[in-house]
Ligand binder design. Structure first.
Ligand SMILES: Nc1ncnc2c1ncn2[C@@H]1O[C@H](COP(=O)(O)OP(=O)(O)OP(=O)(O)O)[C@@H](O)[C@H]1O
Length: 959
């Protein structure tokens, strides 16, 4: 075909921008491509192929499509039009690598030097068992454990997020913990997906990498704050998110799971539902309460005092992190952006007043690093708020710290112009143009927020509110805030008045292996959630289901914990390994009217012994106490009592849980193990995700945070308003508030009742539709904390100091836990029912994953967890000598339109780069951008500089 020779053009329009000439539809017409865009192919004169295949006038072009489509997504067709000999071969494509570095040096060239699978666009991950294919399209994020890829599932026309774990045993093992815990949470505690915990959809091994498929979620809360230019969100939104996070925390506490890395980055916005909701992700650091092994956990800004000080910890540490997150959502900046652990502690003390209680300081491992024991009782200085609280410990000055540690502590900038929590919250700029009447409402809500935060960022983990207690706070419920909140005491829901026998799992599985307390018989594990045993009890929370030694029952306020204690105490409950089978733990509770938990003296004793670690061997268990002393049981029908006792509250609760050590490796642990213990035998995971002692069922069905008694609020607040001021948390209510804040918070100075009347909480009706990024220009510059800051106290030593590390080499379940390779060998002989079950039980209500259903089975052993892998995971032994701190890249998935709209309005530039996540995120962002105030702040008191645009490397990551 000669240039200019007529060709057939179907329906092309005149004047198209690509320069093609107008065409006479239906008839042969000339196609005169613009010389700039195309030059028709001119075949060599002797080309027989061309001559036979292409007749003049038969050349077709795609019409009605812009040039950009023809040269991009339709490029193949365009090429074929231009050259019918053109044949597309995917294999010849240059790969667009998503993994960096992309040089294959390990695992037969499949992995890079970091043991990450080298991914490129359209790389296909295959579950060999189910043949399910996941086509990699993009990278969503990198983390300690590996990469998270956005993958297309053609069967369901949907995206999923697949976490591809590094090809190393420690990561593999810990990732299995994540699988196991999430599976348990999803299936047993949240089958209807109502509790804001990410759904796990599938897991498999591909190219020796464990791959975990999750539902696809959107941006995280840190990104949201960042998009809001580090200004806080509106109180309605903070309230809504708080409520949702509490939903998740309630369930996690009920399951006995400590997340250990709660932070805004690990709370993602789900776009699957409308209005969007948040979901908690990343259970890669999670552990079971009572089996805490590692002390170097939690990202620094969100690290609890007990973790910082090296004290036994419980689910209460997640509540601390939650408090920090709530404050950050409102303030736009972290509440305690400690540049070092010392700085973190100093900030806590400054902002909250007071310090950790003496009994904690006495027993914590790291007290001497931060405190001076002054022998005599010392009145906390500058601490009106604590009204004469005394201590035998004084926090070190910077100089003293330096003298002790031989290094000067890294101290970060102060980001707020006020010091005390009350003042920081009260003086935070109001949204722009907030009407006068709204201001008084907002003031009252801020008072509620302060009160709420006080219960969360409470130094004493025993006094810190449980998620259920917090969920009844007026800030969350939207009820009028009239006076400081006194939470109801959590009590067991079931008085244990008869013998309860827990037998081994006849199916061969082991629910203990999943960190579950075998607290009830098999039959009761199947009790309907609303059966007779689960009737709501007036004035008691609907959690703490009366399980034997339920963690939910004693952890807070009265605090009984007992995983650090109660062994060897002769009570009426005995735990021993079953003689029946290898997977058995029998609990024979011959309670005879007493209730479970440890008596305070017992607790005390064992708290002190904590740190030694105890390794339970089959047959070595003596009679164990599961019980609290009866006096500590609050009968369900009694009035709530606010205990001021705080001793002995630090333990998790079910001693049974402590009876067997499940390797609860954290991320740091995973890294640490890799770094320092790679000669160890990595313990076989003995998690059993399919069985759990869900004797309490889901006490929070539907609205998991609804009070179990309609009168709970009024009860909770005391019959006489304001007469229930806590002697602990709120003793300083009057002093703490209203100081230069513009808020009158004193009960006497604030007419709470009248304010309350006008205090329109709309918590239940807030949706993300109402979100709006603040457009206000900060009055003063602000900055985010130094993104490069890192924990200078991090060291391998901190990993070596793990409390119960030795118990990793444990005997469990009659199986000597060997090294990973041994374990893997065993796995290879497992059957594949587990995966089938797993998938089958992961049907989504929207049917998206129904296609994966392969079978049903009621029991699965640990082997099942590993069964069904396409091939035996055979881990490379070519480990680098050590892992340093991982540098982490974050990708912002937020649709740029979200910011563009707002930023245009604001006449400033977006500060972040985006990865296009159009499909899954645009809806969120559209909603987000539609909206109502996020919380515009008229003026920022934050005396800092403009936030930097680069992503933070995390506010003190774990590892
Ligand atoms: N379900 C999901 N949907 C969308 N993105 C996700 C999902 N899960 C994880 N991501 C993205 O991948 C990142 C890393 O995931 P995750 O936190 O689970 O991995 P990790 O290795 O444990 O990371 P880290 O070390 O930061 O805790 C997240 O920050 C998030 O951006």
């Amino acid at each position: 075909m000669e240039e200019g020779e007529s060709s057939r053009v179907d329906g092309s329009r005149a004047g198209e921008s690509d320069g093609a000439t107008s065409a006479d539809s239906g008839s042969s017409s000339s196609w005169k491509p613009s010389a700039k865009a195309f030059r028709p192919y001119v075949p060599p004169p002797q080309s027989s192929t061309w001559a036979t295949l292409v007749k003049p006038g038969t050349l077709r072009v795609i019409v009605g499509k812009p040039l950009v489509a023809r040269v991009t997504k339709d490029i193949l067709e365009t090429f074929q039009i231009c050259n019918p000999n053109f044949k597309y071969s995917e294999a010849l494509n240059p790969k667009r690598f998503l993994t960096n570095p992309s040089v294959g040096v390990l695992n037969d060239g499949h992995d890079n030097a970091n043991s990450d699978l080298i991914l490129h666009v359209n790389f296909v991950l295959v579950n060999m068992e189910s043949k399910q294919r996941y086509i990699v399209k993009d990278i969503l994020g990198h983390g300690t454990f590996g990469q998270v890829a956005k993958c297309w599932v053609s069967e369901t026309n949907s995206y999923v997020a697949v976490k591809i774990i590094k090809n190393e045993p420690a990561y593999y093992q810990q990732a299995l913990v994540e699988v196991s815990m999430l599976h348990m949470l999803n299936q047993k505690f949240d089958p209807d997906d109502k509790h804001h915990i990410v759904r796990i959809l599938d897991y498999f091994v591909y190219q020796r990498h464990l791959c975990i498929a999750f539902e696809m979620l959107g941006s995280n809360l840190y990104e949201l704050i960042k998009m809001n230019n580090y200004k806080g969100l509106s109180l309605n939104i903070v309230q809504m998110f708080s409520k949702q996070i509490l939903h998740a925390l309630i369930v996690m506490k009920d399951a006995g799971i400590i997340h250990c890395d709660l932070k805004p980055e690990n709370i993602l916005i789900s776009t699957r539902v409308k209005p969007p909701e948040i979901k908690i992700i990343d259970f890669g650091s999670a552990c079971m309460e009572g089996r805490t092994i590692y002390s170097y956990i939690q990202s620094r800004y969100y690290r609890s005092p007990e973790v910082l000080l090296g004290y036994p910890y419980t689910t209460a540490i997640d509540m601390w992190s939650f408090g920090c997150i709530v404050a950050e959502l409102f303030l736009g900046l972290p509440l305690f952006p400690g540049a070092s652990e010392y700085d973190l502690l100093k900030r806590m003390i400054e902002i909250l007043g007071g310090q950790p209680p003496d009994d904690l300081l006495r027993d914590a491992k790291n007290t001497s690093k931060f405190f001076k024991h002054i022998g005599s009782i010392y009145r906390l200085e500058d601490d009106e708020a604590h009204n004469g609280v005394t201590s035998a410990y004084r926090v070190l000055t910077e100089e003293e710290y330096e003298a002790r540690e031989s290094k000067r502590p890294k101290m970060g900038k102060r980001y707020f112009n006020f010091v005390k929590l009350e003042d920081i919250i009260a003086n935070y700029p109001y949204r722009k143009n907030l009407p006068e009447e709204e201001i008084s409402k907002e003031n009252l809500t801020r008072l509620a927020l302060v009160d709420f935060l006080r219960g969360l960022v409470e130094f004493d983990p025993g006094k810190r509110w449980s998620p259920l207690q917090a969920s009844h706070h007026p800030f969350v419920t939207g009820e009028p805030f009239t006076c400081p909140y006194k939470p109801l005491l959590e009590t067991p829901r079931i008085p244990v008045i008869h013998t309860v026998t827990v037998d081994h799992n006849p199916g061969g599985g082991h629910w203990l292996a999943a960190g579950l307390s075998p607290q009830v018989s098999n039959s009761s594990r199947c009790l309907p959630q609303h059966g007779a045993h689960f009737q709501k009890v007036p004035f008691s929370y609907s959690s703490s289901y009366g399980s034997l030694g339920s963690h939910g029952s004693y952890n807070d306020n009265v605090g009984l914990g007992s995983s650090y204690g109660s062994y060897g105490d002769v009570n009426n409950v005995h735990t021993y390994y079953s003689q029946i089978g290898p997977c058995s733990v029998n609990v024979h509770a011959q309670v005879g009217g007493s209730f479970l938990g440890a008596s305070p003296d017992v607790r005390r004793r064992h708290q002190l012994s904590y740190g030694n670690g105890f390794s339970i061997s089959p047959g070595s268990l003596g009679p164990m106490s599961l019980g609290a002393s009866p006096s500590q049981y609050t009968p369900p029908s009694s009035q709530m009592q606010i205990s001021t006792a705080s001793s002995g509250k630090y333990g998790p609760t079910s001693p049974v849980r402590s009876g067997v050590h499940v390797p609860s490796l954290g991320k740091a642990a995973a890294v640490g193990h890799y770094n320092r213990r790679r000669n160890w035998g990595y313990p076989t995971m003995c998690m059993q995700p399919y069985e759990c002692a869900s004797q309490h069922g889901l006490g929070h069905h539907g609205d998991g945070i609804s009070c179990s008694h309609p009168d709970a609020y009024s009860r909770g607040h005391g019959g006489s308003p304001c007469s229930t001021l806590s002697t602990s948390n709120h003793s300083s209510w009057k002093q703490q508030t209203g100081v230069g804040t513009g808020l009158s918070s004193s009960p006497s100075s604030t007419n709470h009742q009248s304010c309350a009347a006008s205090h329109a909480h709309n918590s239940n009706t807030v949706s993300l539709h109402s979100l709006e990024v603040s457009l206000d220009k900060p009055e003063s510059s602000s900055s985010v904390p130094d993104p490069a800051d890192w924990d200078p106290n991090y060291s391998d030593e901190s990993l070596l100091q793990e409390d119960n590390a030795d118990t990793l080499a444990f005997e469990f379940n009659g199986i000597r836990v060997g090294n990973t390779m041994d374990a893997m060998s065993r796995f290879s002989h497992g059957h594949n029912q587990a995966q089938k079950n797993f998938i089958s039980t992961n049907h989504r209500t929207d049917g998206v994953f129904q296609a994966y259903s392969l079978g049903e089975s009621s029991h699965t052993s640990m082997h099942d967890m590993h069964a069904g892998y396409g091939h035996l995971p055979h881990f490379s032994q070519n480990f680098p000598s050590r892992f340093g701190q991982q540098s982490v890249h974050r990708y912002s998935h937020m649709n740029s339109t979200f910011m563009h709209g707002e930023r245009n309005h604001q006449n400033s530039q977006p500060t972040h780069s985006n990865y296009s996540m159009a499909d899954s995120h645009s809806s969120t962002n559209a909603m987000l951008s539609n909206g109502m105030p996020w919380g515009r702040r008229a003026g920022h008191y934050i005396g800092t500089t403009v936030p930097s645009s680069h992503a933070r490397k995390d506010y003190g990551r774990i590892s």
